[in-house]
Design a protein around this ligand. Structure first.
Ligand code: ADP
Length: 192
């Protein structure tokens, strides 16, 4: 099994690159943001809860997303592994993912961190807000998402660096260029 975590600030291109990685390596794409948006669209209890956090750019409580992930991992669909997008977002979520995978005799093989300047992030998110109409892609919410990212999510980089699995990739350039650098890293994993 190959389990990859894609990591980066909002707007760093995690979703776009995850789709491509999932396609090339036959991995199941797990996007917690997408799952939560579907829950909101279907007005489930979880969706209502998610909406109250997402619309403010805040993170859902760890226990809620960890439970969601636990359930997802228990119904594996025979893929060659997972690409985790938007999870983990806090150090406790990172710890939970490690122990969940361990329980299945698995581990995180690599963490791909997409490095993008703040200015570029904001302009990408504002543009996405106009095109895709995501409610959290407005200037005020973007600002709080970036703050939340630096305060709660960025410490995970150190967490993974210490485990020796952090791969920093320049997240600026064309989509295909970035994908090329990611694939190179992933290929070098399976051969070593
Ligand atoms: P982006 O990376 O552009 O912020 P996502 O679609 O990954 O977009 O996430 C959107 C929102 O969903 C987050 O701002 C947060 O409110 C919620 N969310 C997604 N994943 C998690 C998570 N692992 N833990 C807590 N909240 C999450």
């Amino acid at each position: 099994m190959l389990n990859i975590v894609i990591f980066g600030a909002p707007g760093s291109g995690k979703g776009t690159q995850s789709e491509k990685i999932a396609g090339l390596y036959g991995l199941q794409h797990v996007s917690t943001g997408e799952i939560l948006r579907e829950e909101i669209a279907s007005s489930t209890e979880l969706g209502k809860l998610a909406d109250s956090y997402m619309s403010k750019g805040e993170l859902l409580p760890d226990c809620v997303v960890i439970e969601m992930l636990e359930e997802l991992l228990s119904k594996r669909n025979g893929s060659k592994g997972f690409i985790f997008d938007g999870f983990p977002r806090t150090v406790p979520q990172g710890e939970a993912l490690n122990s969940l995978l361990q329980r299945h005799g698995e581990k995180v093989n690599a963490v791909v961190s997409l490095e993008v300047e703040d200015e570029e992030l904001v302009s990408r998110l504002l543009k996405r807000g106009e095109i895709a109409g995501r409610v959290d892609d407005n200037r005020q919410t973007i600002e709080s998402r970036l703050k939340v990212y630096y305060r709660q999510t960025a410490p995970l980089k150190e967490f993974y660096r210490e485990q020796g699995i952090l791969e920093e990739i320049k997240g600026e350039g064309s989509i295909d260029e970035i994908f090329g650098s990611i694939a190179e890293k992933i290929d070098s994993l399976s051969t070593t």
